[in-house]
Write a protein that binds this ligand. Sequence first.
Ligand code: GUN
Ligand code: ZN
Length: 494
Amino acid sequence: MTNFEIQHKDLMGRIGKLCTAHGYIETPAILPVINPNIISIEAAELKHYGAEMLITNAYIIYRKQDLREEALKTGIHSLLGTDMPIMTDSGSYQLYEYKDVEVSNAKILEFQQRIGSDVCVPLDIPTAPYSNRERAKGDLDVTLNRLREARNLMPANEQANMLAGVVQGSTFTDLRADSARQAAELGFDLYAIGGVVPLLESHDFARLVDIIIASKRNLPLNAPVHLFGAGHPMLFALAVALGCDLFDSAAYALFAKDKRYLTNEGTKKIGNLRALPCSCPVCSAHSVAELKESKDLLASHNLWVTFEEMRTVKQSIAEGSLWELCERRCRAYPSLLDALERITNYSTLIEKYDTATKRPFFYLSHYSAHRPEVVRYSNRLNRFYVSHSVLITTKEEPGEEKFDHIFLVKPPFGPYPVELKETYPVGQSEIPVTIDDEARTVALQNVVKLLMMNKGKAKFVFRYDNSWEGHPLLEEISKHVELMENIDLHNLHR
Ligand code: GUN
Ligand code: ZN
């Protein structure tokens, strides 16, 4: 089935090698959308930007006699003038937007096969976000029947064309989970999360996080996952961190048509720019005025930044800094910040996918206090063995030899044995000198956890310096001191 080899991982993101009938591509990958009616940038030129694979719409070709005949005669690769792998969409989105698709699932699949598509997509039914449940469930049942039919028409291992299993279910996370589970059971070469375009348009990114997570956790880990319609570079870090591997971009052209200039942090109206902040070949050689006058130049810049951002995302996976990238990107825009907040709700899940060792991390905002590495650290507090007398202290001081064990406290992790001072993750992660309350809170929660776990096993002394004064959890700790005879609360500066 799928030939997908994962080479690097970070959070739920991965760098992979996907084998297609037209060669290997590296993921995460962005597939520029080619409209077969108006090919504004030639496929050969797209390679130049970094494109390794394209996506086009089989239905648009199918419904236009001359295109259909040519595609059937010469194949989709010749029609688009490329030997790059090509994914073909089925017309589902046209079905959703214009309600006028006159082709059956079986017909459009057969057509995709006959024109030599590398990745075929069944005619799924995208259900609008926030639809009523009955509608979402009814549409999903149809989609699942079509996926079943597709798998029967194109049995696994019997053809060069890969087949995508599409996940729908509107904004109901249980339906998304069901949809993913059943698609996974049928077994596809890759999976695609659909029906999210309206959420992207309304910037409902927190809900997008819920949907991706509900889908991803029920899909096989060894298959690539496409996120339909997410072509804006500001979303890549976030979507890749949640395990999406393939993206399509019509955004570069759509935004250009609207005189909008893409950046990895959002969108600017070209008319509002006083200078071009980017150094791509277009922006290096042209003025704001020239971009204002030319949709093609604007589209070209948009493509450059789109591919640049994907390279940045890949580099951050390779070096283990995808969380930092996510945090930086999401802090550029309030509705992305909501998405980041939502991601922290899933840190326990993400931790299970994340690699256990990587480079030390940078604490960049209070969201860093809820990184998967911090959750993992808390989960492993039970690995520390304590006995006799134990000092937990926020500051190392001379003359502490009288304790059998010394734990230092470092936000956001909390207590760690002084012997691990130089080791990953606590010793090596970099935190700012002025640390926020969230990091202190998580650290003190872990102090409480360590105390509770070792109740009666040792005599504890907790000592804190005055920068911690007034933190509500100190009272909580002192409560345990009273509850637990062996624990003593000391204030360093008292
Ligand atoms: N393009 C954008 N959204 C969708 C979707 O939900 N399904 C398909 N097949 N294509 C899409
Ligand atoms: Zn540029």
